[in-house]
Ligand binder design. Structure first.
Ligand SMILES: [Zn+2]
Ligand SMILES: [Zn+2]
Length: 194
């Protein structure tokens, strides 16, 4: 039986803790992500505004139970003061293009000392000229193909460190891996045709 080829890392994954996100299906819970096991390094990054602060302990406990990294996706400057008060392994951050306060708050969030990944800049119209050098910037499977990525990314290739994420909201956004785990569990041998 072939062993599963895992992705090296996926730190942008949503689960049912993102309660107000209509794209998250009810089956997209931590058990589903654990079962798909699509990456060597997995981090959960539910929308900060959807579960914080009231479900912080519950979230950390649940994510840790699966040995995933505990992240959160922070939507702009308004959430930053509260996000800085709670411990996460890393942050994913929406820096909205024309919102000056978002750029300032990014620096504050970075000062916490945990990795801050600037999320899908093309989807949030982030001005990458205003993002500090060496920042972590995401190339995101959910959105990148909708944009002229060559044009958008080329000027910044050497300016930033890059992180690749799925931004999965549903099990099939984790690629073929859920189906592959089912096949493996059932002892099914895949027929390779070509
Ligand atoms: Zn996002
Ligand atoms: Zn997201």
């Amino acid at each position: 039986m072939t062993t599963l080829q895992k992705l090296p890392q996926d730190l942008h994954i949503h689960t049912t803790f993102s309660t107000n996100d209509s794209q998250v299906v009810e089956q997209q819970n931590l058990e589903t992500v654990a079962f798909a096991a699509h990456a060597e390094i997995i981090g959960i990054s539910d929308h900060f505004e959807h579960f914080m602060p009231h479900r912080y302990d519950e979230y950390c406990k649940a994510v840790k139970l699966h040995n995933f990294h505990i992240g959160t996706e922070v939507n702009g400057h308004q959430s930053v003061p509260l996000a800085m008060k709670y411990e996460f392994d890393y942050y994913i951050y929406h820096c909205w293009g024309k919102v000056n306060e978002d750029y300032k708050a990014l620096n504050e969030l970075i000062s916490v000392g945990k990795p801050v990944i600037v999320a899908h800049p093309y989807a949030t119209e982030t001005d990458l000229d205003r993002i500090p050098e060496n920042c972590l910037v995401e190339i995101n499977n959910r959105y990148i193909w909708r944009f002229d990525w060559k044009k958008l990314i080329t000027p910044y290739i050497n300016k930033f460190r890059w992180v690749i994420g799925s931004d999965a909201h549903q099990p099939h956004w984790l690629n073929q891996n859920y189906a592959r785990q089912v096949s493996r569990e059932m002892g099914i041998r895949e027929t390779i045709l070509f």
